[in-house]
Design a protein around this ligand. Sequence first.
Ligand SMILES: [Zn+2]
Length: 272
Amino acid sequence: MAETVTQFAARVLGIADCPPPKPKRGPQYATGTVCWLCGGDTEGKGWPQATAIAPTFTQHNTAKANDSDAVCQPCAALTQAATFQGLVKDRGLPIKIWTQAGWHSYSHFIRDDGYYSVPSRKDMRALLLDPPAGRWLLCINTTGQKHTIFRATVASSRSLFPVQMDETTIWCRADEIRQCMADFEALCALGFSKDSILSGQYHHAQLLKAGLSRWKPAEGRIAPWRQSHPDLMALVHFVALGPAEFEPIEAAEYERSAVPPQRQAQGQMEMF
Ligand SMILES: [Zn+2]
């Protein structure tokens, strides 16, 4: 049986060996051979579902094998706060931990060579613009309150790859995400907020400040992304550099720099 996404993640992170606790009486392992959560092989050593999955877990509709009583050890490892906190401690990762902190608390970048990080938005942006070779997972958790790994799909291509954003798996074409990011950030560079670019609802004052002649062609380039690729837009909106990260350019300054060079040259010419 093929390796599932949780089995991939737990294996490369070195946490796949996660046996259920020995009960006082009765069998340690569940009888089911298919994992209730990921649908993968339990190798006959799965956790009883009721032991692995807390009653607070509400995403029962995401379970791949509803009639199974077993949860595979990789899935069990990736639902438990203790394994997350153990990984953070063992690797000395600079991540804030509290009692409840677990896999649902952070975004994840996992590579098949075992590399793990909690990526910042800038890290995510860099990964999306220049994705790694090999197999990897980028799971973006925008609220810090959701499990993302078991919902994800393992990426294995630099030209077309899945990215998990909360509950949505977004398939990205490398050329499209680069173009969408460039078109989005062109508007940020004009001083527009990321939210206004996403919604298309611009503030009148900012339109005047940036200049309609500059806004109009830039909006013309982002509008098709907004209409036909809303998931990609949401992803770009989350990771793009905001207006504060660009040098503000006043409309008046822009008009001056748009003057044909021969007229500028009449004043003074700088030679390098
Ligand atoms: Zn599983």
